[in-house]
Design a protein around this ligand. Structure first.
Ligand code: FES
Length: 56
């Protein structure tokens, strides 16, 4: 599912970034460029990052 339409970034890409070592919203943003345009995807991205980080 697309989370960031401006950059065409999916929830799976965000999860992969976290599994690949991005440990904060900021790092995910830096790696993928998510939230770098309109910012509408911010809340959703934050949720996915937090959820993925809390996976044991
Ligand atoms: Fe992500 Fe616009 S939808 S910056």
């Amino acid at each position: 599912m697309y989370v960031c339409l401006c950059k065409g970034i999916t929830d799976n890409q965000i999860k992969d970034a976290v599994f690949g070592g991005a440990s904060s919203l900021r790092e995910v943003r830096k790696q993928l460029g998510v939230m770098s345009q309109c910012g509408k995807c911010g809340i959703m991205t934050k949720q996915i990052v937090e959820e993925t980080l809390s996976v044991p």
